[in-house]
Design a protein around this ligand. Structure first.
Ligand code: 13P
Ligand code: SF4
Length: 364
């Protein structure tokens, strides 16, 4: 998404000036404004968030804030799109930096998904019914595709419910764009990896034989998160050696072998809750984005909390929400101008709303 350059007057402000002007703009906007912050945002953004959460919680919060005129979403593009779809037309959703995308969401586009859908159906008999499930980390037009084909959106919080639901509706599930969340969820529900194929959008029939597609229960898109792909079994073994009694907790976007070697896995909100509710003195090695892990370590000094990956690796797109961008968008709102609005076209919104609402109802 093209982001016009930040106006020069916002480029070199000191931390103190940013802080006082953001607070003043927020005060001036009062109840007209709600700021949502995903857990991967830096501390300098989270301090202004009215609500923090994972993708699921923030989608629900956006849908439940009808009194706010403006929702400023400090997260990434697909999250702001989902908020726009779930809120009334009159509400304005703003992403402070439109260049804050998600590299995993970019791994599947509508053209590729439509082509895959056609190829999959070309080798299936009439008794087969494929239910599409898209991870919320996907473009709005993929959510619309799923809505149009009787499927659902899921997040890392409700993926097991969504997958279970999909396999009750149909004989196969087509899951995109994160192969790891799809595989981990299937295994969590008792399915074997032998019942799964990976669909590579750059190969005919996704790189599979027609027979393999016919046999598979799960067709998993070949997408991944570059942040969560960095976590390894070796890092877990090292943490267990160096921190006896440690609890290893990872996000389900990690590879299956990592999830299996960990003690537990779940969404960012699950990670936050698990550590918050643990006793003082407990030890945690966490496989997720560094801004969240560092914040947890700072907020709970009575527990030992480390990131599994010793090389600090933030989600580079989440990091694009810099306080200067937040200030720019807020001061424009105070002046009556809207910059960086995320507006999903009406023809996409209609079907995308079906799949998002299905998630909020059936997969709640
Ligand atoms: P959560 O829904 O768990 O916050 O995950 C979002 C995400 O992008 C993780 O990489
Ligand atoms: Fe996307 Fe990974 Fe960043 Fe999450 S951490 S927003 S999946 S790139």
């Amino acid at each position: 998404m093209y982001q016009p350059p930040l106006p020069p007057e916002y480029s070199n402000l000191s931390d103190d000036e940013l802080r006082s002007r953001i607070s003043a703009a927020k005060k001036a906007l009062g109840s007209k404004l709600v700021i949502l912050g995903h857990h991967y945002q830096r501390d300098e953004i989270i301090e202004y968030a009215d609500f923090r959460g994972d993708s699921y919680k923030l989608a629900k919060l956006a849908a439940a804030a009808p009194e706010a005129e403006y929702i400023v979403f400090c997260g990434v593009h697909f999250m702001a799109e989902s908020a726009d779809i779930l809120t009334p037309e009159s509400q304005i959703v703003i992403l402070p930096n439109l260049a804050a995308g998600c590299s995993m969401a970019d791994m599947a586009n509508l053209f590729q998904v439509r082509a895959a859908w056609k190829q999959i159906h070309s080798v299936l008999g009439p008794s087969e019914r494929v239910i599409p499930v898209t991870y919320i980390n996907s473009a709005a037009n993929l959510k619309a595709f799923v809505g149009e084909h009787d499927g659902t959106v899921c997040t890392s919080t409700n993926a097991p419910t969504a997958v279970k639901w999909a396999l009750e509706q149909g004989t196969k599930m087509f899951f995109f764009p994160d192969q790891h969340l799809g595989r981990n969820t299937g295994v969590k529900l008792g399915y074997s990896t032998d019942e799964m194929v990976v669909w590579d959008p750059f190969k005919p029939m996704g790189g599979n034989t027609p027979e393999a597609v016919q046999r598979a229960k799960f067709i998993l898109w070949k997408g991944h998160c570059s942040v969560h792909k960095r976590f390894t079994v070796e890092q877990i073994e090292k943490a267990r050696r160096e921190m006896p009694g440690v609890h290893v907790l990872v996000h389900p976007e990690c590879e299956l072998e990592v999830v299996e070697a960990a003690d537990s896995n779940g969404s960012t909100e699950f990670i936050l809750d698990s550590i918050t509710n643990a006793p003082a003195g407990s030890k945690w090695a966490v496989g997720t984005e560094i801004n969240l892990v560092s914040r947890l370590a700072k907020e709970m000094p009575d527990k030992q909390i480390v990131c599994l990956d010793p090389e600090i690796c933030p989600c580079s797109t989440m990091y694009r929400i810099h306080p200067s961008f937040l200030l720019w968008t807020l001061e424009n709102l105070v002046a009556g101008n809207v910059v960086n609005q995320v507006k999903v076209p009406a023809e996409v919104r209609e079907n995308a709303l079906i799949s998002l609402q299905r998630m909020l109802t059936v997969c709640a």
